[in-house]
Design a protein around this ligand. Structure first.
Ligand SMILES: C[S@@+](CC[C@H](N)C(=O)[O-])C[C@H]1O[C@@H](n2cnc3c(N)ncnc32)[C@H](O)[C@@H]1O
Length: 227
């Protein structure tokens, strides 16, 4: 199957995504309509970020953690429960911002939540851990204009390129680290690596194993970036 065919299937999975209540690592979580349901790679991402935070806190007193595109907030709110973490997140989808605020209230955790593209609504400041479960598809299969499809589609990786530039120029602290969650087949890994290199980051790639997304096999991967 080529990437455009996979993109068309991905579009339908997002269009029909369920909403309601789910369990996220033994916590009840609200998933509002049109918001990406965190049942696939998100639990693994939250564990990896918890490890990054633990490493950072072994040599620092506090860790500022930012999630780009937090959706329901499942990952950032899990990390926000930790003592010494200050949590921040922003999403282009207004429904995602509302969803994360609702789950934060429900879980009784603190997280500064913003709505807007990339860092456009986020007050000036730097973060020690920044992570993004990126929209996988660089292709545009058509019919992905509604904001809900930003969960899976970033035609030309335009947003990803700007995100990396913003992190390098302004948002990542000197000893900070970025995690990008990707997939081997739906993502264009060489285009992502090229953007990472163009923006002057040192990077390491780790395999994340296989999971299912709808009918599709997802072969997870992670880029770890430093200045
Ligand atoms: C794959 S979903 C991940 C959602 C959530 N982090 C999770 O793991 O369950 C990608 C998220 O990025 C958001 N997003 C896409 N483009 C964005 C942009 N330019 N600025 C902010 N958020 C964006 C989408 O709305 C979506 O919530």
């Amino acid at each position: 199957m080529d990437k455009l065919e996979m993109a068309a299937i991905g579009r339908e999975i997002i269009r029909e995504a369920p909403h309601g209540f789910i369990k996220f690592k033994s916590n009840d979580l609200v998933v509002l309509p049109t918001v990406f349901s965190p049942e696939h790679n998100t639990p693994q991402i939250s564990e990896i970020v918890e490890g990054m935070v633990k490493d950072y806190l072994s040599t620092h007193q506090e860790c500022k953690v930012f999630e780009m595109g937090m959706g329901t907030g499942a990952a950032i709110l899990t990390v926000a429960k930790h003592e010494k973490v200050k949590a921040y997140a922003s999403d282009i989808s207004p429904m995602a911002a509302l969803n994360t605020k609702a789950n934060a209230l429900w879980w009784g955790v603190n997280c500064e939540v913003y709505e807007g593209s990339l860092f456009s609504s986020v007050p000036k400041g730097q973060f020690d851990v920044i992570f993004w479960n990126i929209p996988f598809f660089r292709e545009d299969p058509g019919g992905v204009e509604d904001v809900r499809f930003r969960a899976g589609f970033d035609p030309g990786y335009k947003f990803l390129g700007q995100f990396l530039a913003d992190c390098q120029n302004e948002r990542l602290s000197a000893e900070g680290q970025i995690l990008l969650a990707v997939d081997h087949d739906m993502c264009d890994l060489s285009a992502i690596q090229a953007l990472i290199d163009q923006n002057g980051f040192q990077s390491e790639f780790k395999d994340g194993g296989y999971i299912k997304w709808g009918e599709m096999d997802v072969h997870l991967g992670y880029f770890f970036l430093r200045k």
